[in-house]
Ligand binder design. Structure first.
Ligand code: NAD
Length: 275
């Protein structure tokens, strides 16, 4: 207990999935949370969006740890709204130490068949939204005398994946952003790293669209049939990791245990990128 005692963490995409797990795990270890999520559908995404009730559940779970949480329903593409939300959270909680840029979307299609809107929305949310998050929060970390940013990329930030060129381009872009920011912010003792999950058991993959991509041979693939195909992506014989696995890596990078770790691309991928 107490690995991030009395720190404050911003988490985007906090309503569900990896973002929710990060918020809860950091709170369990002593951090107060600023939780940001759009809580609604994003254009071009065919799987169901997060809801205000999802963010309520994150708030409930964080408060159950005894820590404080400030929530904001904001789209990470809206830099001005994001800055307002971060500034308000910082004013209420007294500062900012850890930033988890986790909000993201996915959809799929062959590279040459993606629509302009699919391409642009992907870059806007998964890359520009991460930059907006860093931009809104960096001044607070600098004024605190240091801090840590954890940008959620993907194995698609380290290698090419078929059928998600726009996602892959955005996630590689996150690595470039991370590497430059790590250099620019190092003099301020702000560390910037990226995490690269393989498939994670969240609504982003547990939906009909992704299951069909993995099991084109099935009309309505079940979770088990999806798992049989997903296991072939990883070196360890598992179909996917859990949100807590990303949250634990985030905790290490965000805590003082990771105090000299910066500019690192950390796979949490069951060996997928080396397979
Ligand atoms: N699930 C996976 O297999 C997997 C693998 C590698 C990387 N990732 C990455 O992890 C991150 C989290 O994904 P997840 O699996 O938890 O998915 P998820 O769909 O369960 O959660 C994503 C959250 O981000 C929010 N969000 C989306 N667009 C937003 C926007 N414009 N502004 C604010 N919030 C927005 C959603 O509302 C949702 O709550 C994403 O960046 C994703 O690309 C996921």
């Amino acid at each position: 207990m107490g690995r991030v005692s009395n720190k404050v963490a911003l988490v985007t995409g906090a309503a569900r999935g990896i973002g929710r797990a990060q918020a809860i795990r950091l709170a369990e270890e002593g951090a107060d949370i600023i939780a940001v999520d759009v809580c609604g559908p994003v254009e071009t995404v065919v799987s169901p969006g997060a809801t205000p009730a999802d963010l309520d559940e994150t708030v409930r779970a964080v408060e159950a740890t005894g820590r404080r949480i400030v929530r904001a329903v904001v789209d990470v593409r809206d830099g001005a709204a994001l800055r307002t939300a971060v500034d308000a959270g910082v004013a209420e909680l007294g500062g900012l130490d850890i930033v988890c840029a986790t909000a993201g979307i996915s959809n799929s299609g062959p590279a040459l068949e993606l629509t302009e809107q699919q391409w642009q929305t992907m870059i806007d949310v998964n890359l520009t939204g991460v930059w907006q998050t860093c931009k809104a929060s960096a001044p607070h970390l600098i004024s605190r005398g240091g801090g840590a940013m954890i940008l959620t990329s993907s194995i698609a930030g380290l290698r090419g994946l078929v059928g998600v060129a726009h996602y892959t381009a955005a996630k590689h872009g996150v690595v470039g952003l991370m590497r430059s920011l790590a250099k620019e912010l190092a003099p301020h003792h702000v560390r910037v790293n990226s995490v690269h999950p393989t498939n994670v058991d969240t609504p982003m993959i547990q939906n009909d669209m992704v299951r069909k991509v993995f099991r084109p041979d099935r009309e309505n693939p079940t979770r088990e049939e999806f798992a049989e195909a997903a296991v072939t992506m990883n070196m360890l014989p598992i179909p996917w990791v859990e949100p807590i696995d990303i949250a634990n890596a985030t905790l290490f990078l965000g805590s003082d245990e990771g105090r000299y770790v910066t500019a690192v691309t950390l796979p949490i991928d069951a060996g997928s990128t080396q397979r």
